[in-house]
Design a protein. Structure first.
Length: 396
């Protein structure tokens, strides 16, 4: 029966029953008027989720990493310079991918647990008086550390220096769960994946492209293989597909977007903030530090929590899975044995999250970590109940 337990990792996330049923429909033909009538409204609704009116959204078969590749391989060529911050596992992986494609990466190093350092970003842009930097790579939500950076401030730094670089944003663990304003922030390429806020299995890279980025891509002539944006954008505007799509996942994505729209995006974002507050209250009650260095950086989709030495965070995660059948996120990179991560995005409620916190408490106690039994759960309950009490007072 442990297979019925929810998971508490920052992706893949729990899959709602509605979405599982949508994936179970029989195979259908994507070369039909029925698909065209279906695909057009889905693209428009996805633009709403990304916060864009002037951009286009395309769906590539693959993961969020595929979306990174789409941005880099379509808009940049070997030898081009890009600017990026390394402040966690996924920001570093994007840098590594860029280098593997022959790009020259100017890296701003930041401590894990910090966000994008805006002063250093502005200085690097100011020093590039010739405009050699073609793109800035920014991770909105660094999943390894539970840190959310201010993308609006990145764009502000670029504008203050009147720098012409494109802005690429990894929104894999934020879009669909946290507010994302592609147009307002001047984002040129925004990348997401089906397995996070969209609550699907891995398999779709959901990529939004600005008008400027589309024009830049069309002006490039270097080879791009099957990730070429040109054929994809042309087909998408005809509500079609240039090759065989992941039709089952696209059908399920329609159900996912319907669920987000029915709840209302502001309510979706508020729910994630509310649940994240319960996790942070639990960590504080346990006396365990959060990896994100400042409250302003706290992510509403994942919290990385330090485990005190000599206890092993990796063993904690393994024990919780073996003994209780519950999955938490492992630490990554230099934090591999120092933190465990609680994902709180997608299909989650107060009740489900309390079960995860209770399990985390049992696992911590089993390993001998000095916490007060029940303290974290009680703190989260207090946080959740306080919000209920406040809403009742407002109604009265």
């Amino acid at each position: 029966m442990q297979s019925q337990n929810p998971i508490f990792i920052p992706g893949p996330t729990n899959i709602p029953e509605r979405i599982r049923l949508a994936m179970a429909r029989p195979a259908w033909d994507h070369r039909t008027e029925a698909f065209e009538a279906f695909f057009g409204p889905l693209r428009e609704d996805l633009k709403t989720v990304f916060g864009t009116e002037q951009g286009e959204v395309v769906l590539f078969t693959g993961s969020g990493t595929t979306g990174w590749d789409v941005a880099l391989s379509n808009l940049l060529a070997p030898g081009d310079r890009v600017l990026a911050t390394s402040h966690g596992m996924f920001s570093q992986r994007w840098i590594d991918l860029a280098r593997s494609l022959g790009l020259v990466v100017d890296v701003i190093e930041a401590e894990w647990g910090e966000g994008i350092p805006m002063d250093a970003m502005e200085s690097a842009l100011a020093e590039d008086t010739q405009g050699a930097i073609k793109a800035v790579l920014a991770v909105h939500n660094e999943t390894a550390t539970g840190v959310t950076s201010d993308i609006g401030r990145v764009r502000q730094a670029m504008d203050q220096q009147q720098h012409p670089a494109l802005l690429f944003v990894d929104g894999v663990s934020s879009i669909g769960s946290l507010p994302f304003h592609m147009d307002d922030w001047g984002v040129d390429v925004a990348v997401s994946g089906s397995q996070k806020g969209f609550m699907l299995p891995t398999g779709l890279a959901v990529v939004a492209i600005s008008e400027r980025a589309e024009q830049e891509a069309a002006a490039r002539s270097h080879p791009r293989g099957h990730l070429d944006l040109g054929p994809m954008l042309k087909a998408s505007r005809a509500n079609s597909y240039p090759w065989t799509p992941a039709i089952g996942l696209i059908g399920a994505l329609r159900e996912s977007v319907d669920m987000l729209m029915e709840e209302g995006l502001p309510a979706v974002y508020a729910r994630h903030t509310h649940l994240a507050g319960g996790v942070r209250a639990a960590a504080e009650a346990w006396g365990l530090p959060i990896c994100a260095k400042h409250p302003a950086l706290y992510s509403d989709t994942v919290t990385a929590i330090h485990v005190p030495a000599p206890h092993s965070a990796a063993e904690l995660v393994a024990h919780a899975n073996r003994r209780y059948g519950v999955s938490f996120g492992v630490g990554l990179g230099p934090l591999s044995d120092r933190v465990f991560r609680i994902g709180h995005l997608g299909q989650l409620t107060e009740t489900l999250l309390l079960s995860g916190l209770a399990t985390a408490e049992m696992a911590l106690l089993d390993l001998g970590v000095a916490i007060e039994p029940g303290s974290g759960v009680a703190a989260a309950q207090g946080h959740f109940r306080a919000v209920i009490a406040e809403s009742q007072e407002q109604i009265a």
